[in-house]
Design a protein around this ligand. Structure first.
Ligand SMILES: *Cc1c(COP(=O)(O)O)cnc(C)c1O
Length: 399
């Protein structure tokens, strides 16, 4: 059969064809062990740390969506990212962009012992080549190039085809964190990435009720290595979480389509506000990376659900985040409910030594959910007009 359209893939939701009772909704195999027919040979499943039918169902579904051979799920996005970054051995180097999820920076700079992590400018010059990256690769090489596009939280766009070409020319493995877009909107493996990682906690699961991570690749040897390590360390996604993730992915398409059409309208609305100095949304023609983004997403109008705004001053930004009622002030994004955050104090609060510069306290990141556009703008309208709240000492969380 020819490959199915992603809309059909998600609607089928990873059905388990071999279910003995013909269950139409994939069952939850909430079991740690599977009985063996003999003592001397293993059957298809033996122990959930290694493999479980519910987990395998969601992994097959994610691999199909991503255009990968193999998808492996992990207990969180960070567990997935850590597993991949630990491919770099002591003495080797990881190169990454200048805007990156805070937790990834913490792992790179504080927990990957012996490995050097350097942030480089990944922009493309007039000649269409990532000159700064090429120079960095030429001087010391790198085991891994780790990229987010659009990046978190500034939503800067990286030209994946160009950076992948430069990295592959010197044998560097290209890893893309695809969390912001999900495979519904962008499939980095088709653009030259060797590995895609996701925090499935965000848009993929989509309901804010599970933490999960994904690694997807076409490289079978690498997949085997990662699966062996995941089994050895016990970092795979649990059956119930796998079931929740699969359930979330069933509605991935309708959720993202609806939320991103509201996000585009909201980005335009915010651009008109006097309290806002700059709006960053990859689906707006004014975004410097708009053309590159459109060329590497599944369609021209795949701007995603995140909008980042730079307010005219710190107090306005804080007031906006703290005074909205429909947007929860929370670090996560990509859920059915809208949320808003101040990355400087929240997701990027603690910046490890050597890390990229912390986002400005004027930067507000908005994740658009499924609420009605008019309700959201009314809420933002009154938040902009609200009286300042007394300042509370921010607690430095990094999640
Ligand atoms: C949230 C996030 C992560 C980490 O994922 P967890 O599921 O929270 O461990 C990694 N990368 C990006 C871009 C994220 O937004």
């Amino acid at each position: 059969m020819s490959p199915l359209d992603p809309a059909t893939v998600v609607a089928r939701g990873g059905a388990i064809d071999a279910d003995p009772y013909g269950a139409t909704s994939p069952p939850l195999y909430q079991t740690a062990t599977f009985g063996q027919r003999t003592a001397t040979g293993f059957d298809e499943f033996d122990y959930t740390r290694t493999d479980n039918p519910t987990r395998r169902a969601v992994e097959d579904l994610l691999a199909e969506l991503e255009g990968a051979r193999t998808a492996l799920t992990f207990s969180s996005g960070m567990a997935a990212i850590a597993a991949v970054l630990r491919i770099a051995r002591p003495g080797e180097r990881v190169l990454c962009g200048r805007d990156l999820y805070g937790g990834t920076q913490r792992f790179l700079h504080e927990h990957l012992s012996g490995v050097v992590a350097d942030h480089v400018d990944l922009t493309i010059g007039e000649d269409g080549r990532p000159r700064a990256l090429e120079r960095a690769l030429a001087t010391r090489g790198a085991r891994i190039l780790f990229v987010e596009t659009p990046s978190n939280p500034r939503l800067e766009v990286v030209d994946l085809r160009s950076v992948a070409r430069a990295a592959h020319a010197v044998g560097t493995l290209v890893v893309v964190d695809g969390t912001a877009m999900t495979p519904w909107l962008q499939r980095p493996l088709e653009l030259g990435a060797d590995v895609v990682v996701h925090s499935a906690t965000k848009g993929l699961a989509g309901h804010g009720d599970v933490t999960a991570g994904v690694v997807a690749t076409r490289d079978e040897a690498l997949a085997r290595e990662l699966a062996a390590r995941r089994n050895a360390e016990g970092t795979a996604l649990a059956p119930f979480e796998s079931w929740l993730l699969r359930r979330g992915v069933e509605t991935l398409g309708v959720r993202l389509e609806r939320a991103q059409s509201t996000a585009l309208r909201l980005a335009k609305w915010l651009s008109e506000r006097p309290e806002v100095e700059r709006v960053s949304y990859p689906g707006l023609a004014s975004h410097p990376g708009a053309l590159v983004h459109a060329a590497q997403t599944v369609r021209d109008d795949a701007g995603g659900v995140l909008v980042t705004v730079e307010c005219s001053n710190d107090d306005t930004a804080r007031r906006l985040v703290e005074s909205t009622e429909l947007f929860s002030t929370s670090v996560s994004f990509g859920g059915v409910a809208s949320s808003i955050s101040l990355p400087h104090y929240m997701s990027h609060a603690s910046t490890p030594e050597g890390a990229a510069p912390r986002p400005s306290p004027r930067l507000v990141r908005i994740s658009v959910g499924l609420e009605a556009f008019d309700d959201l703008t009314r809420d933002l309208d009154s938040a902009f007009a609200a009286a300042p709240k007394p300042r509370r000492e921010p607690s430095p969380i990094l999640s």
